[in-house]
Write a protein that binds this ligand. Structure first.
Ligand code: NAD
Length: 492
């Protein structure tokens, strides 16, 4: 079975609208390839504008049908069933994702588990959807109801295709919304599988529609669509700005999860036995193609040399290669074109005088591999300031706590920060000083069910994977009832 999963190809994948695969008249035929080998994985016919129109219409019909009136308990049961379906397909989904994205299978298996947890978390969270009531004065009864926002367009990137889809779809369905999900056309397979499994779980046709397509033409058509009530986007900051403009006419609710340039901050009083592997994990897991990659390592002067030596040693030994090998830590990048972009940052840094301490060389042979790369560069260097989105990390030194916080904040982004210190008071002071959506203290891990995840500054707005995420998919409706026999004259 595992062998078969490693070699199966997918003849033609199609958009999934109102419970079935559809063939868009003017979609684009694209070849899907395994980035690690360059071998064909399958083919996709992308959605066109007409397909997006029919997906939005299907989502509206489903919303206006029985779905809007489903109880939170019913939706909870359906989301649990979908989690069961995903769990039953764990091996197949992991293999599919690892082959399509090129990421190490061990990481991808954890992502699929995380996707299952996401559906279970929001299945349970439906219990929190409740209203309020009060008597603002003797004659008035006030009730507040929570209602689904409506039809939601959700756009996700290629780096965590199933997990990002789960983070978006689960809270939307838990809230009673219906969804048109647009995955990246390079990595559509697990999102399409998710839509099929949703149907198998008993979620009605039209509640979850999936339209893989290019961003600028078909994606922007979806964002502008008058039938869409809300847009939820994960991707780069540049595209996020464009989405914001497109979602303004007609006005739509919006949340953006964007890029990052997150720091690992290591103080001299940290336990380096933990901080070094933690910093390596934060920098290079998923080959650095994570929004929350800790791509800037900031180290206190006193331990800088000791830390750096151990950091380089451990980074050097990471297994780079076949994503399907369970010992691989750093798989392939998404494409050779993306590798060129990543390598371009390193080349320009080198030309500007930065020291490349490790890696920085494009390996020969097939696949889009790139080695763990460590660069010593000044704080105003492009490679320190811009998101590289690959296994490339910069190291900088600082003198004291004040400078550590200043350097951590010396970025337009604010998604995440990890702090390593033996002093609990300092940990709290630094956490308070850093302008980021999440701060981890003495561990490198990033996302847990129920812990709000999202950005400050140019990393976006809105929070995912937590109870407050439900509010983004719910409207409050206030109902006021005059309870005395005759309404009072408001002018008297
Ligand atoms: P991208 O912005 O190029 O594309 C993201 C998605 O938007 C894709 O589906 C793409 O087709 C679509 N798109 C592009 N232009 C569009 C348009 N004009 N209208 C509608 N849709 C459009 O990003 P990417 O390169 O695919 O992903 C990497 C980026 O995503 C990085 O910046 C990373 O930090 C960010 N990211 C953020 C988070 C987070 O939670 N903050 C998570 C994962 C990735």
């Amino acid at each position: 079975m595992a062998g078969e999963l490693m070699t199966t190809t997918y003849p033609l994948s199609l958009p999934f609208v109102e419970g079935r695969a559809v063939e868009p008249g003017s979609g684009v035929h694209t070849a899907l390839r395994e980035p690690a080998t360059g071998e064909p994985l399958g083919r996709l016919l992308t959605a066109d504008e007409a397909c997006v129109d029919s997906a939005v219409l299907a989502a509206r019909r489903a919303l206006d049908g029985p779905w809007r009136r489903t109880s939170p308990v019913t939706r909870s049961r359906l989301l649990h069933r979908l989690a069961d379906e995903l769990e039953a397909q764990h091996d197949a989904l992991s293999m599919l994702e690892a082959r399509n994205v090129g990421k190490a299978i061990t990481s991808v298996r954890a992502e699929v588990s995380h996707a299952v947890d996401t559906f279970r978390y929001f299945a349970a969270a439906t219990a929190a959807i409740e209203g309020k009531s009060s008597r603002p004065n003797g004659a008035l009864a006030f009730q507040s109801f929570r209602e689904p926002v409506g039809v939601v367009a959700q756009i996700v990137p290629w780096n965590y295709p199933l997990l990002m889809a789960a983070w978006k779809v689960a809270p939307a369905l838990a809230s009673g919304c219906t969804v048109v999900l647009k995955p990246d056309p390079a990595t559509p397979l697990t999102a399409l599988r998710l839509a099929e499994l949703a149907l198998d779980a008993g979620i009605p046709p039209g509640v979850l529609n999936v339209v893989p397509a290019d961003g600028p033409r078909v994606g922007s058509h979806l964002v502008r669509h008058a039938g869409v009530d809300r847009v939820a986007f994960t991707g780069s900051t540049a595209t996020g700005g464009e989405i914001m403009r497109l979602a303004a006419d007609p006005v739509k609710r919006l949340s953006l999860e964007l890029g990052g340039k997150s720091p690992t901050v290591v103080f001299a009083d940290a336990d380096l036995d933990d901080a070094v592997p933690g910093a390596v994990w934060g920098a290079f897991t998923c080959a650095g193609q994570s929004c929350e990659a800790r791509s800037r390592v900031l180290v206190e002067d006193e331990v800088f040399d000791r830390f750096l030596e151990r950091f380089l040693d451990q980074s050097r030994t990471l297994r780079v290669g076949d994503p399907l090998d369970p010992d691989t830590v750093v798989g392939s990048l998404i494409s050779t074109a993306h590798r060129e972009r990543v390598h371009g940052f390193v080349e320009r840094a080198r030309a500007a005088g930065a020291q490349v301490l490790l890696g920085g060389v494009v390996p020969a042979g097939p696949g889009a591999f790139y080695p763990p790369t460590v660069v010593l560069a000044p704080r105003d260097a492009e490679i320190v300031r811009d998101e590289v989105f690959g296994p490339v990390v910069t190291v900088q030194r600082f003198r004291d706590e004040e400078e550590a916080v200043a350097l951590a904040n010396d970025t337009k982004y604010g998604l995440f920060a990890t702090v390593w210190t033996g002093d609990p008071g300092r940990a709290q002071r630094v956490a308070a000083g850093v302008r980021a959506g999440t701060v981890g203290i003495n561990h490198p891990y990033t996302t847990f069910p129920g812990v709000p995840f999202g950005g400050f500054k140019q990393s976006g707005f809105g929070r995912e994977f937590a109870l407050e995420t439900l509010s983004e998919y719910l409207e409050s409706k206030s109902v006021l009832t005059w309870t005395s026999r005759r309404p009072a004259n408001p002018l008297r």
